[in-house]
Design a protein. Structure first.
Length: 50
């Protein structure tokens, strides 16, 4: 039972790390394009949905 809980915990941690990495990489993408305002928001959302 402890092994199963450990595996579930590790999988949850990996999902959280993947989402954080995706968010940071999309933010950097928007910064490289030097977008501001609604253009930046739209590009960020488009990047996250991809």
């Amino acid at each position: 039972m402890k092994k199963l809980l450990g595996i579930i915990f590790i999988l949850i941690l990996l999902v959280i790390l993947a989402q954080t990495y995706e968010s940071v990489s999309c933010r950097e993408h928007v910064e490289r394009l030097k977008l501001t305002g609604s253009e930046a928001e739209n590009e960020f959302k488009k990047c996250k949905s991809f």
